[in-house]
Ligand binder design. Structure first.
Ligand SMILES: [Zn+2]
Length: 127
């Protein structure tokens, strides 16, 4: 017996424990719970969509495809290290004037990314 059968919820309600929202017709979970489940089962796709939405919000170009993102050589390190602390990994645009393109992204800690904002890029990367 699975947990969905233990507690019989009224029709139309989300099946998640303690969730009281309504699920759309012919769906078992509300939008919130469905999104949460999606994030857990497709972490890379979830991270990609976040990146894309944030880029759009901040008005940056975005030419990355999900396929490129999945096959990016640093994707494992990013997925492993992303977070909210200063040593967490973030995706940085090498050239701030350009958007998120496969040849313009690199892995950088959040602290490093912030530092870049104050130290002009050419001083840290003299050619
Ligand atoms: Zn729910």
């Amino acid at each position: 017996m699975n947990r969905h059968q233990q507690i019989k919820k009224p029709k139309g309600l989300c099946l998640t424990d303690r969730c009281t929202k309504h699920a759309r017709k012919s769906r078992n979970y509300c939008h919130c719970c469905a999104a949460r489940k999606f994030a857990i089962s497709n972490p890379i796709c979830y991270a990609f969509n976040n990146l894309k939405q944030n880029a759009k919000r901040r008005g940056h170009d975005f030419s990355l495809t999900l396929e490129q993102f999945r096959n990016w050589h640093l994707i494992d390190a990013y997925m492993e290290g992303k977070g909210k602390t200063s040593t967490s990994m973030s995706i940085d645009r090498r050239d701030n004037d350009q958007g998120y393109h496969i040849d313009n992204i690199q892995l950088l800690t959040l602290a490093g990314n912030t530092r870049k904002r104050y130290v002009p890029y050419y001083q840290e990367n003299p050619y």
